[in-house]
Design a protein around this ligand. Structure first.
Ligand code: SF4
Length: 376
């Protein structure tokens, strides 16, 4: 793999537009990587230990977005291994305790009415910050075992109303696998909603084929949550992929992760959420980076996340504001910027607006008399 294979101008269009070509030509070894981002000998040697632990995978499409002259390029940072990954004393293998919260094979259940169903352990790219780094697999296809039994478990558990199909990245699987899976899930009367979590529109937009969209559209209500982290990822190809999903009637949400050196500043985040809304992708969550082993160099403080979401409020439209959350083994905890409810003054509460002004809102307590409104 050399640079000629990571440019749409140098690869025949029928190959570049074929998602399977990108999967076949992924950068998965350090030798291939050296051709692309040229780490020096010494760095390459040190990276061997990293890649032995956490495999490498980058699609030619996503590699084509890297600025080769910028070692801090936000695209590069997300997918090119770093020696810092094996220097992380605080990180843990499974920060959300998913292994323990698994009532059946391939199922993670944290909430009473929802489960996450892991169907593959492969992804088109391996994001260096992934909270499921422990599942990275070099096996081709990477489909999990025992899926039939898993489906039977969901069928026999009527409180499950909502199934999130995840992985790995489920859209790395073939159309026929996905169709079989969705047909099985849709045949379960109590499963009301199917959601798919995928980075394909970001790292492999060619995967969102008209055929795939036609399959997905047969299993509504079906939602897709994708994962853009930086405005550089909002390419024409990504926009077209999202448009195809939307035209198939699939609502699109975006879950970003707050990543040091990628998107941990208000301007970048503002540009990202505005761009997403222009593409009709609703910014949904902004996650605090998990305390997962090998991601120390990506972590920022929770206070920084609050500063960024505080800087969005009032400066971008309401639909462009993601909810900042810390994911814990007991579920997501939403955090709001400190502005908002300041104090109560008798029958009024004092609110702070995004302009940092105070507003006294008439709001009597339950047993309060309706008095004083005219005093306001
Ligand atoms: S695509 Fe998703 S599951 Fe796969 S490595 Fe990236 S963040 Fe993890």
């Amino acid at each position: 793999m050399c640079r000629r294979l990571i440019s749409s101008e140098k690869v025949p269009a029928e190959s570049w537009n074929d998602w399977r070509w990108h999967i076949r030509n992924r950068i998965t070894t350090l030798d291939e990587l050296r051709c692309v981002v040229a780490p020096d000998e010494d760095e390459t040697e040190r990276l061997r230990r990293v890649v032995a632990r956490f495999p490498l995978s980058i699609t030619p499409y996503y590699a084509s977005l890297i600025d080769f002259d910028d070692r801090q390029c936000p695209i590069r940072r997300q997918v090119v291994p770093s020696v810092e990954e094996i220097e992380d004393p605080d990180g843990v293998e499974d920060p959300l305790g998913e292994v323990e919260q698994s009532p059946a094979q391939n199922v993670i259940q944290i909430y009473p009415d929802r489960v996450a169903l892991t169907v593959v352990t492969q992804c088109p790219v391996f994001c260096r910050f992934c909270f499921r780094k422990r599942l990275f697999s070099t096996t081709r296809g990477g489909a999990v075992r025992g899926l039939e039994k898993t489906i039977e478990y969901i069928r026999g558990t009527p409180q499950i109303k909502d199934v999130l199909v995840t992985g790995g990245d489920p859209l790395i699987a073939s159309d026929s696998f996905l169709e079989r899976l969705l047909r099985s899930l849709r045949s379960i009367p109590h499963v009301e909603i199917i959601r798919i979590g995928t980075r394909a529109p970001v790292v492999l937009p060619q995967r969102i084929t008209p055929r795939l969209c036609a399959i997905l559209s047969r299993y509504h209500p079906l939602w897709v949550n994708t994962h853009f982290n930086h405005p550089k990822e909002l390419t024409p190809e990504a926009r077209e992929a999202c448009d195809r999903l939307l035209r198939a009637g699939i609502p699109l949400g975006n879950q970003s992760v707050l990543l040091k050196g990628v998107n941990d500043d208000p301007e970048t985040m503002r540009e990202l959420v505005r761009g997403l809304v222009r593409m009709r992708v609703r910014p949904y969550y902004l996650f605090q980076c998990h305390l997962v082993r090998g991601t120390r160099h990506f972590r920022t403080t929770i206070e920084q996340g609050l500063r960024i979401t505080g800087a969005l409020r009032g400066h971008v439209s309401g639909i462009a504001n993601p909810l900042f959350v810390v994911d814990t083994p007991d579920g997501k905890v939403p955090l709001l910027p400190r502005r908002g409810l300041k104090r109560r003054e008798g029958d009024y509460v004092v609110l702070e607006t995004f302009k940092r002004t105070e507003w006294r809102e008439y709001n009597p307590t339950a047993d309060g008399q309706r008095k004083g409104r005219e005093d306001h």
